[in-house]
Design a binder for this molecule. Sequence first.
Ligand code: SF4
Length: 342
Amino acid sequence: MTRSIVNVSSSTVSSWFSITFLQPPTLFSFASRALLRTLEQIVEAPPLAVASLDRSLTTVPICPGAPFGMFEFDDGVRASEQPPRATGRHSAASMKAGRRTPQSLREIALGTLAAEIEGCRACPRLVAWREQVARERRAAFAGQEYWGRPIAGFGDAAARIIVLGLAPAAHGANRTGRVFTGDRSGDFLFAALWRAGLANQPTSSSRDDGLRLRDCFVTAAVRCAPPANRPTPAERDRCLPFARRELELLDGLRVIVCLGGFAWDAALRLCDVRDRPRPRFAHAGELAVNAHITMLGCYHPSQQNTFTGRLTEPMIDAVLARARELAEPESRAATARANVAR
Ligand code: SF4
């Protein structure tokens, strides 16, 4: 891939992403297919073809039937009071290990989605709570500017392992702006990711602390801090399409580590697992969603669990070691053979 080719068209690509992700659900699939086709052309096109491709991007309408003036064509992302959208066509369960989107394009797409998430105001109760917490602040953080907005996922766009939590903590991620950052749960989790070789440092303190994840992406089922850490089912369902879209973009996904029963249940929904009775959460429990993706249970690293010894460092280390093992294609093939032999 020639990076300069992508750079030449970066502003147009950014606009194209904004257009794609700001569409209503009925148009999303059409636009996303067109988007991926176009981006693949950009990556693969010889340099001379890029100029004409760039012109076509700025002039061809996305959907002939779309009413004019419906979308923003600039690079800005509007704050939205509408619920986030799912594509309705794809799910983690149906994703195949086929042709993968190039890394740089995946990063652009995730960045665009993050901007959309951070502008969401679809849940009145959660918006009021996250902003009230940000205004009033805890005494220990009185001098800090709270984030007070939804939290997007964080990590490696090439990740094969996703760590899925419940929701941001009021004085943790809702303060710092990064998932699982700024509280004891995050301290425990990121130290474990570092020990597992999935992070470049054992701490996560702020959005600009230099933390990098490798082969790992951390996200949550619900993106706004809920009162008493309890989102309602309606709030969960309204927010889950954001996680679904992250999973769709992370097309190398192999393992979903679910931190607690709420995340496990959310992952079942994201993966369209409709088994009855529903597979139950268990620490270190595994569920092969399809030939490519496995769900893995882990107790949530809340203080309630880590202070009482319900979740210890060796326990989470073992889960992450298993996640790394499952992420390797050879390991998955061996597991499948073992299952067949049983
Ligand atoms: Fe939007 Fe999700 Fe926050 Fe609700 S919880 S306001 S859907 S980001």
